[in-house]
Ligand binder design. Structure first.
Ligand SMILES: [Zn+2]
Length: 524
């Protein structure tokens, strides 16, 4: 066959191995061994800086156009383009001209359609077209996004036909508000969806479909509310008036979804009129995150009990399940250990506790926490005030930490030596080393803290003050809401003593820690 040799040097490879001479020699050898007639050759050197020079490829193309060749020999298929898409496109181009490509080191013949690697290249070729079309559409959206335009208006908003201005669609907005309120009242996503469907309320999909000008407005399955419908509605920040664009980019060729980090999003505050106030929105997010973490589900679509998923038995680790007790005016909610409830007293003790008792404990704890936080923040205020006076003290402390680090590092060296001579106890030595290394890291952090103790104290104080503000806000309400509870409390552990008294351990979320144990006497 009439063969053309093509070789190319690229930037990102072992240049020794793939030098132009090397590649050429491989091709010449192959052609000679297989009885091909070499009618021409060309090459590109993409290392020399002429990245966009495709002189060699253009010579090859010219030969193809003139029908001078039947076969192109390359060391590997990636020679034919600077990236795989380009190679795939070129292979396709050659095929259309009845020129086959043989990849010498990969052993691929482009007439053999079943070759895996070739199929891979063809896949890329197909994706390239998909991607090209996709990109055109997406770049259109991107331009709009940059200007902060909304492509799809979510339920609750509509556009003024004359001015194009985004307005609140009051009827739909009321549905949105109701969903938020129901959720904060403790309803689960599923039961909200079911309730909406039961009442025949049109779903967000219905609204967006209608706006898109579709004729299909009948209530088909697509337009029913689902758990995800409710969740999307509850997490869409637009309802606070803030438009967040460019949340995700789709990389078409790999078909993966990449989340753009927060700071790469375009945020437009007060972009549209708010339907939900910011505080409500934040609370809903806190509840969603907490439920996700604690995997709370309603069994029969009813109200989620306030402590469901938060409260556990300290003895057996089971959850405490809520039960409605009493009748008429004396109805109350009681939580009991699920092991005891399901399998009886030989498995665990009841751990019976009323919801009202838990509420009392939590609210008492919050007052206690508030006092502590305020006291703590005053402590830091004093530190900031006396910073210059006390500076020598911090410097002394830093000196102490430094000598401790020196001592620990010495010990680590010794242990390392021991470990070498006593291989049988490697694990033990590793543990000893890890312990000391952890302490060193801790001390280094402390040194850093002490060096900038005034800054640190200022920041800590204002942090504590804002936490205190949140707590004060919550405590002015007559009853702690479920949302507040889930924002504040990470978990509740109930321990039953032999004398049937209970110990309740409350673990608060990050900013509201530390946790504390309160003892109460059960059986009323
Ligand atoms: Zn238990």
């Amino acid at each position: 066959m009439k063969a053309w040799l093509y070789y190319r040097l690229s930037r990102d490879e072992d240049q020794e191995m793939n030098s132009l001479q090397n590649q050429r020699q491989i091709l010449v050898d192959y052609a000679e061994q297989n009885g091909h007639e070499i009618v021409g050759e060309s090459f590109d050197d993409n290392v020399s800086g002429m990245t966009f020079d495709r002189k060699g490829l253009r010579e090859l193309e010219a030969a193809v156009d003139k029908d001078e060749i039947e076969l192109v020999l390359v060391k590997d298929l990636s020679r034919l383009g600077r990236h795989r898409t380009q190679s795939a496109l070129f292979i396709e181009h050659l095929r259309m001209n009845n020129v086959k490509v043989y990849s010498v080191t990969e052993g691929i013949d482009t007439t053999d359609e079943n070759d895996d690697l070739l199929i891979g290249f063809k896949q890329i070729y197909n994706d390239f077209y998909a991607k090209d079309i996709g990109r055109k559409i997406r770049s259109g959206i991107n331009q709009k996004q940059k200007k902060g335009l909304i492509v799809h208006l979510p339920m609750g908003y509509c556009k003024d036909k004359l001015t194009g201005e985004v307005k609140v669609d009051e009827i739909a907005a009321d549905i949105v508000r109701e969903v938020y309120m129901k959720f904060l009242d403790g309803y689960g996503l599923c039961s909200i969806a079911r309730e909406m469907n039961r009442r025949g309320i049109k779903s967000p999909e219905y609204f967006s479909h209608r706006k898109a000008g579709s004729q299909r407005t009948e209530m088909c399955k697509k337009f029913l509310w689902a758990q995800t419908t409710v969740k999307r509605l509850l997490t869409n920040e637009i309802y606070t008036g803030t438009l967040v664009n460019h949340k995700t980019v789709t990389s078409k060729i790999y078909k993966t979804m990449t989340f753009v980090p927060e700071e790469e999003r375009f945020r437009h505050e007060n972009f549209v009129p708010a339907i939900i106030d910011k505080a409500t929105f934040e609370k809903v997010q806190a509840v969603i995150n907490s439920r996700k973490k604690n995997a709370v589900r309603t069994k029969n679509g009813g109200v989620i009990h306030r402590y469901s998923g938060l409260i556990k038995c300290a003895e057996c680790g089971a959850i405490l399940v809520a039960k409605q007790r009493g009748s008429g005016d004396s109805k109350y909610i009681e939580y009991t250990c699920n092991s005891n409830h399901r399998y009886g007293k030989q498995y665990c003790t009841p751990h019976r506790i009323h919801e009202s008792q838990l509420d009392k404990i939590v609210s008492d704890e919050l007052y206690y926490l508030l006092d502590n936080i305020l006291a703590e923040s005053q402590k830091y205020d004093r530190i900031v005030k006396d910073w210059h006076k006390n500076r020598p003290k911090y410097e002394r402390r830093i000196g102490q930490y430094q000598s401790r680090i020196k001592l620990l590092n010495g010990q680590i060296q010794d242990i390392l030596m021991e470990r070498i001579s006593d291989k049988a106890h490697t694990d033990m030595y590793n543990e000893m080393i890890a312990k000391r290394e952890a302490e060193v890291r801790e001390l280094e952090a402390k040194i850093e803290e002490n060096l900038r103790y005034d800054e640190f104290s200022k920041a800590r104080s204002s942090e504590l003050k804002s936490t205190a503000e949140i707590l004060e806000d919550i405590l002015t309400e007559p009853k702690l809401t479920d949302a507040d509870l889930r924002m504040l409390v990470d978990k509740v552990l109930v321990h039953q003593n032999d004398d049937k008294s209970l110990e309740v351990k409350l673990v608060f979320n990050g900013a509201f820690s530390p946790s504390r144990t309160v003892e109460i006497n059960s059986e009323k």
